[in-house]
Ligand binder design. Structure first.
Ligand SMILES: Cc1cc2nc3c(=O)[nH]c(=O)nc-3n(C[C@H](O)[C@H](O)[C@H](O)COP(=O)(O)OP(=O)(O)OC[C@H]3O[C@@H](n4cnc5c(N)ncnc54)[C@H](O)[C@@H]3O)c2cc1C
Length: 353
């Protein structure tokens, strides 16, 4: 059996890993570069129980456990570590007193982090060790025979397969041209990576701070074991470019974010900047991911729309998708809350008209 995975973000790489572990032939087709989008530019923060009480609870809890397991099973270092997590804060010495102290949000039992790009690369490398292939190319069509998916069109050539998975993050909306799927949107966020030096604390911080304009921002700060500190804030509704390579920060957004960081922490005030970036998280109309078989087209599947929890929830998504594709049903997590058929399909032709 050969499975074609469209999109080399963390979700595509996780599904590739769990499929290839079971001896299945997998081809991941990626347009721009592995983890070039949100999967390489996000915070990489993980929480055991922050999705409790929502339909994501089981997926998140299983994923949190799998992150620890994968760190033991797969060769490589993607900065996985447990953290203490704070909200508000002043008592942490790497933040200035302007940030208000509130409360502890998580401990090393319940919160952790990874470098998301390195995690995605490690999953893909492990999949490759089991025979998976990462292929450069733009998926721009689906091949159907007798109502079933039989391949995809990649840069005008047909690549045949026995199952097709759409995992193109916010660009999964392009697949509504070929498949009956609900809309997926992209919500933009900005981030800056500072070179703060080795020995940063195993802490994460979620802070509220007022800009001189009076706007309140809620930056998230994650020192990483590689000697950098990642900070994200400033969302925007700028439209998603069709080409992932064309994603760039909004004018002025990075200057605003850098100013917030310097206000927050003397350490960040002195640190050189390693990366100034923007990315889009994939979201659906009801805020829940789409994970499952696509109704009406045999052998076609989707896994996207993970919003702010895509890095956390990638492992259990990959594991459950592999079960669904190979065994006909997911065993480890109940995927029914994420069934693509729960939402109305998006019709790009009608929208254009
Ligand atoms: C600022 C920010 C901070 C975040 N922080 C966290 C966090 O701390 N913890 C957490 O769990 N989650 C976090 N997230 C969410 C997380 O990053 C995303 O949910 C996750 O990365 C989505 O992964 P994906 O694989 O679905 O999509 P993507 O990473 O967008 O990958 C999709 C891939 O598909 C490719 N592609 C697109 N079109 C085509 C095509 N036609 N053919 C082939 N390939 C194509 C793209 O090039 C891209 O590589 C954050 C998101 C943002 C924006």
């Amino acid at each position: 059996m050969r499975v074609l995975i469209c999109g080399g973000g963390v979700i595509g790489a996780a599904v590739a890993y769990f499929l290839s572990r079971r001896g299945i032939e997998v081809i991941v087709i990626e347009r721009t570069g592995l983890a070039c989008a949100a999967s390489g530019k996000s915070g990489g923060f993980l929480a055991l129980d922050w999705c409790d009480g929502s339909p994501l609870q089981a997926l998140a809890r299983r994923s949190f456990a799998l992150h620890a397991e994968l760190a033991r099973q797969i060769d490589g270092d993607w900065g996985y570590r447990r953290l203490d997590t704070y909200g508000g804060i002043a008592a942490i010495d790497w933040l200035s007193p302007q940030a208000r102290r509130q409360r502890r949000l998580g401990s090393t039992d319940s919160t952790a982090q990874v470098h998301p790009g390195a995690f995605t690369a490690a999953l893909m490398q492990a999949a490759t060790a089991h025979g998976a292939v990462l292929r450069a190319g733009t998926v721009d069509g689906l091949v159907r025979e007798d109502g079933a998916a039989r391949g995809v069109v990649v840069d005008d050539a047909v690549v045949s397969g026995d199952a097709v998975l759409i995992a193109m993050g916010p660009w999964s909306i392009l697949a509504t041209q070929w498949l009956p799927l609900p809309a997926v949107f992209g919500l933009k966020g900005h981030s800056v990576v500072f070179e703060t030096g080795a020995g940063g604390p195993a802490h994460a911080a979620f802070v509220d701070i007022e800009e001189p304009s009076g706007d309140v921002q809620s930056p998230e700060l994650f020192p990483r074991p590689d000697g950098t500190t990642y900070v994200c804030a400033i969302s925007s509704e700028a439209p998603l470019p069709v080409d992932p390579a064309a994603v760039a920060p909004d004018p002025g957004a990075i200057d605003r974010l850098t100013a917030i960081c310097r206000q927050l922490s003397p350490a960040l005030g002195r640190a050189p900047v390693q990366a100034r970036q923007a990315c889009y998280r994939p979201v659906t109309r009801d805020g829940l991911p789409l994970i499952g078989a696509i109704p009406g087209v045999a052998n076609a599947y989707i896994a996207t729309g993970h919003s702010v929890w895509g890095i956390l929830n990638a492992p259990a998504t990959g594991e459950a998708m592999a079960e669904l594709i190979l065994d006909g049903a997911a065993r480890t997590v109940d995927l029914r809350p994420f069934a693509p058929g729960r939402l109305p399909t998006f019709d790009p032709v009608r929208l254009r008209a």
